[in-house]
Design a protein around this ligand. Structure first.
Ligand code: PMP
Length: 369
C-alpha cells in the first residue's frame, strides 16, 4: 500500500476533524457545535425551482463556465456591488471547487501564498498539495486583518494573498479601513488577492466590505451553500475584473477536464436564489450570535463575532485539544483551533443550531471552566 498512494495525498492531514467525529460517534444527544452549515433547510421556493428544472429537462451538462442566464445575473450583481463594468464569471462546484481551480491555475511549486492565521482549512491543504508554500501571518488575539504583518511577509515569490471575511473560524468581519489598507499594500507590491466571501450575507453589525471594490486584481469567490443552506447542491462562483479574464479562462479550461460543470438543475435554481431575500434568516443568526456571546463572555476570552456563524474561543486549558476532549466527553462537540491554525490554543464553536441547544451547550461549557 505504501507505494500505491501518491506522496501528495500524504500532504493532507484530516486527523483533527476526524478525531472529533470519531469521539462523537460513541455519543447520543450531543450538542453539535462542530458543523459548518446552516440549521435551516433550503427555502421551499428554491427547492421548487430545482424540481421544476429537473422536470423541464435541465439535466445535461451546462456550458463549462456555467448557465448563461446565471452568469449574466451574477455579472449584474458584481457590476452593482463592486462596480466592475464587464466582469469575468465562472460558476463552480461550490467555493471549494473554485478554490481548487484558482490554486491549480495560479500556483507553481515554491510559490508563496500569504494566509492570515487562523484560516479556513482548505487553503492550507490544497496549497500544499500543489507544492506551494503557505506563509501564515498571525492575527491573534483580535483576529483583525494583520495588514502590517502581511506587508512584511511579501517577497518576490508571493503569488497570492488570501483573505476571508466574514471569517471562518473567527467570525470576524474586516473593517473598511483594514480592507483599504490591504488594497494599498497589494497594489504597491502588485500582488493578486483572493477574497473568499462565502459568508458575505452573514454580517451582523454593518455591511461586509469587499476588497474588490478597492482593488481590481482581486478574485472574488462567493457561494450559495451558506446563504441558502444548499451545501449539498455544490454551487459557487468566481468573479474577476475583466483585466483578469485570462486567469478565469485558465480556470474554465481546468474545470472542463475536472468538474466539467456545476450541477445544471441547481444552477437554474440559483438564478432564483439570487433574488431570494435572506434578511430574516440573517436576523435569526444575529440573535443566535448574541445568545452565544452573552452566555460565554464573562467566563471565556473571545472576540464578539460580527459575521458567519462561528465564535473562536480561548481554551481554558493547556491545549485546545485537551479542552475539546473534555467538552466532547460532556456531549458538546467543538473543534480544536489546531485544525484552523498553527496554534492549538482556541476552539471553534458553530452556533448554527437551535436556541435551545445553544443555551444547553453554553451551560455545559461554562461548567468546564
Ligand atoms: N470557504 C469558507 C470560508 C468556508 O467556510 C467554506 C465551507 N465551510 C467554503 C469556502 C466551502 O464551501 P462550499 O464548497 O460549500 O461552497
Amino acid at each position: 500500500m505504501k507505494d500505491i498512494i501518491a506522496k501528495r495525498a500524504k500532504l493532507i492531514d484530516a486527523s483533527g476533524i476526524r478525531k472529533v467525529f470519531a469521539l462523537a460517534e460513541q455519543l447520543k444527544d450531543t450538542i453539535n457545535f462542530s458543523i459548518g452549515q446552516p440549521d435551516f433547510d433550503v427555502p421551499d421556493t428554491l427547492k421548487e425551482e430545482a424540481i421544476k428544472s429537473i422536470r423541464e429537462g435541465f439535466n445535461k451538462y451546462s456550458q463549462t463556465a456555467g448557465d448563461s442566464i446565471l452568469r449574466e445575473k451574477i455579472s449584474e450583481l458584481v457590476k452593482k456591488e463592486i462596480g466592475w463594468g464587464n466582469p469575468a464569471v465562472l460558476v463552480t462546484s461550490g467555493v471549494s471547487g473554485g478554490l481548487l481551480l484558482a490554486f491549480m491555475a495560479l500556483i507553481n511549486p515554491g510559490d508563496e501564498v500569504i494566509i492570515p492565521d487562523p484560516y479556513f482549512v482548505i487553503y492550507k491543504h490544497i496549497v500544499n498539495l500543489l507544492g506551494g508554500k503557505c506563509v501564515f501571518v498571525d492575527s491573534y488575539p483580535d483576529f483583525d486583518l494583520p495588514v502590517e504583518k502581511i506587508a512584511k511577509a511579501i517577497t518576490e515569490k508571493t503569488k497570492l494573498i488570501i483573505i476571508n471575511s466574514p471569517c471562518n473560524p473567527t467570525g470576524v468581519v474586516y473593517s473598511e479601513q483594514q480592507i483599504k489598507d490591504l488594497a494599498e499594500i497589494a497594489a504597491k507590491n502588485d500582488v493578486l488577492v483572493l477574497t473568499d466571501e462565502i459568508y458575505e450575507q452573514f454580517s451582523y453589525d454593518g455591511k461586509c466590505t469587499s476588497i474588490a471594490s478597492y482593488y481590481e486584481k482581486s478574485l472574488v469567490l462567493r457561494g450559495f451553500s451558506k446563504s441558502y443552506a444548499m451545501t449539498g447542491w455544490r454551487l459557487g462562483y468566481i468573479a474577476a475584473h475583466e483585466s483578469l479574464r485570462p486567469i478565469i479562462e485558465e480556470m474554465t479550461k481546468i474545470q472542463q477536464y475536472t468538474f466539467v460543470c456545476a450541477p445544471t438543475p441547481f444552477q437554474k435554481a440559483a438564478i432564483a436564489a439570487l433574488d431570494y431575500d435572506v434578511t430574516d434568516l440573517v436576523a435569526g443568526y444575529r440573535r443566535k450570535r448574541d445568545l452565544l456571546y452573552d452566555g460565554l463572555k464573562d467566563k471565556f476570552e473571545l472576540v464578539k463575532p460580527s459575521g458567519a456563524f462561528y465564535a473562536f474561543v480561548k481554551a481554558p486549558a493547556k491545549t485546545a485539544t485537551e479542552f475539546v476532549e473534555r467538552a466532547i466527553k460532556n456531549n458538546v462537540l467543538i473543534i480544536p483551533g489546531s485544525v484552523f491554525s498553527e496554534k492549538d490554543t482556541y476552539f471553534r464553536i458553530s452556533y448554527a443550531t437551535s436556541d435551545d441547544k445553544i443555551k444547553k451547550g453554553v451551560e455545559i461549557l461554562r461548567s468546564l471552566c
